[in-house]
Design a protein around this ligand. Structure first.
Ligand code: HEM
Length: 534
């Protein structure tokens, strides 16, 4: 007996509506062949083996077996929405980028918010940095501002990124913790990386447990350039300011919410947008020239430093509105490919070594994750302006040159040509120096801005930072790592260091840490670092 023989009382006419009736769409295979029975595989007799003839079964299972693609190596858990960016005024004085030439110009946008450390199925309210990645589909190609909700970063040089990410993710032998930084490897790396201290203050603050994506700031982090039609450069830092203001939850709320609803941030964005309550952010720019950069207390190329807003107030230049959820999570949110190197003419890079490393990295990661050089053919990644090039073939090529011409120059008078006028020209910055592996001495002060951040917090916020550090370090089993971290806190704020040391029950107060990078001697395993202690 097959399922069709069973008369179940539900659906059409009181019976289970399992097969097509007049007017219904007929189920097909991926090849378009109509399917007669999707409930029973083809077999020899009711209790016999399956037969190889069953191409529908084979195709269905084959496709299902290949549904997963690799999750992002970082920022695996994310949630996106569509919307638009609208300018307030022309910024032609600063940039020739088409989207900034006219007031009230609208550019379609897709934004993906994310956590960094957790895997694709982890909880939304982890204590973590949040990604804030914006894709603007401009008339001169896609512009991706791939930022975070914290304006600084853990490291100054992209060559440290794999170490940093290995350290924060689950430990390779035990495979946990999966979604948080409270473990020995992370704090070992951090305590050996003084440049991370400013970021650590932000990550241990309320900023790292936002109430929802709608109450979060976004930052481009690095210094970029804007280039105007005369070829003049202005340095710029990008900030997204939420119209709803900034709100966070406290740790014990986050822990409960994670247990009750790990999709809390997703649900919040979905419900808000579906009910017409569209979240909005203002794009604000910190614009400055070379003279400002030369006179500023810190190096503007150092991604572990900010330019305080009271020193250089951000100028609001437009608004970002999110007003439509994706039709399909996988097709849009999962397959969207952000890349810092996607910039239109009129936007350019600075020599921030982290930014330059990122510009190198993102193309590779998209190829690995999406599996084909043709990932730009996916609708979510394709430009929304006219585009013409001679790239062809490769896996899953959806668009190929039409006709004979697939190169230029050619004698057939066909196809696109490069344009020195309209095309992207890199800002002709003059560079000199010896090729060497080095880091600028101007990047060396790792504590002043960490201290500035800490003392800018209200007393309850400062207590939250102390409590966060205590919780995190209490999960660290190796005492020398706890002590080393407290020795960095001594350089930031003695009362914070003392509070954390007391909460952890440290036997004695360590002295202030050296800001120098660790030497080979520092890294030699001491008896207290031995595996036995863990
Ligand atoms: C993904 C931000 C540094 C490599 C992302 C995403 C964001 C982001 C927001 C998620 C994009 C999405 O939603 O799809 C940042 C920021 C950084 C930073 C703000 C520092 C200021 C780096 C560095 C590297 C790097 C230094 C490597 C050298 C990656 C990779 C992904 C990623 C490989 C996964 C991309 C994917 O598979 O789609 N980053 N990142 N990031 N980032 Fe970064």
């Amino acid at each position: 007996a097959t399922i069709h023989d069973q008369k179940l009382s539900c659906g059409h006419g009181g019976e289970l509506h399992q097969t097509a009736e007049d007017g219904d769409t007929v189920l097909t295979t991926a090849q378009g062949g109509p399917v007669s029975d999707d409930q029973n595989s083809l077999r020899v007799g009711p209790r016999g083996p399956l037969v190889v003839d069953d191409f529908h079964f084979r195709e269905k299972i084959f496709h299902f077996d290949h549904e997963r693609i690799p999750e992002r190596v970082v920022h695996a858990r994310g949630y996106g929405a569509h919307g638009f960016f609208e300018t307030y005024e022309s910024l032609a004085a600063y940039t020739k980028a088409d989207l900034f030439q006219r007031a009230r110009e609208r550019t379609p946008a897709f934004v993906r918010f994310s956590t960094v450390a957790g895997n694709r199925g982890s909880s939304d309210l982890a204590r973590d940095v949040r990604g804030f990645a914006v894709k603007l589909y401009t008339q001169e190609g896609n512009w991706d501002i791939v930022g975070n909700n914290i304006p600084v970063f853990f490291i100054q040089d992209a060559i440290k990124f794999p170490d940093m990410v290995h350290a924060v993710k689950q430990e390779p032998d035990r495979g946990f913790p999966q979604a948080q930084s409270a473990h020995d490897n992370f704090w070992d790396f951090i305590s050996l990386t003084p440049e991370s201290m400013h970021m650590i203050m932000w990550v241990m603050s309320d900023r790292a447990i936002p109430r929802s994506f709608r109450f979060m700031e976004g930052f481009g982090v690095h210094t970029f350039r804007m280039i105007n039609a005369k070829g003049e450069s202005t340095f710029v830092k990008f900030h997204w300011k939420p119209k709803l203001g900034l709100q966070s939850v406290v740790w014990n709320e986050a822990v409960k919410i994670n247990g009750a609803d790990p999709d809390y941030h997703r649900r919040d964005l979905w419900n808000a947008i579906k009910s017409g309550n569209f979240p909005e952010w203002e794009l604000c720019l910190q614009l400055f020239n070379q003279e400002f950069a030369d006179n500023f207390d810190f190096d503007v190329l150092d991604p572990t430093k900010i330019i305080p807003e009271e020193v250089l107030p951000p100028k609001p230049v437009g608004r970002l509105v999110l007003d439509r959820m994706p039709d399909n999570f996988f097709a849009e949110t999962e397959q969207v490919a952000f890349m810092t190197q996607n910039v239109p003419p009129g936007i350019d890079f600075s020599n921030d070594p982290l930014l330059q490393g990122r510009n190198f990295s993102y193309l590779d990661t998209q190829l690995k994750r999406l599996g084909s050089t043709n990932f730009t053919h996916l609708p979510i990644n394709a430009p929304k302006c006219p585009f013409h090039h001679f790239q062809q073939d490769g896996h899953m090529a959806m668009r190929n040159p039409v006709g004979r011409v697939n190169y230029q120059p050619n004698s057939w008078g066909e196809g696109p040509r490069e344009s020195p006028v309209k095309g992207f020209t890199h800002f002709p910055a003059e560079e000199q120096g010896q090729k060497a592996r080095l880091r600028s001495e101007s990047f060396a002060d790792h504590y002043s801005q960490a201290r500035q951040f800490y003392i800018s917090q209200t007393p309850p916020e400062q207590r939250h930072i102390a409590a966060a550090l205590t919780f995190e370090l209490s999960k660290v089993e190796t005492s020398v790592i706890r002590e080393r971290l407290v020795s960095h806190l001594m350089n930031i704020d003695k009362s914070l260091a003392t509070a954390v040391a007391q909460n952890l029950g440290l036997r004695s107060m360590p002295g202030p840490a050296s800001a120098a990078l660790p030497t080979r001697q520092d890294l030699d395993p001491s008896p207290s670092l031995s595996i036995v202690e863990r």
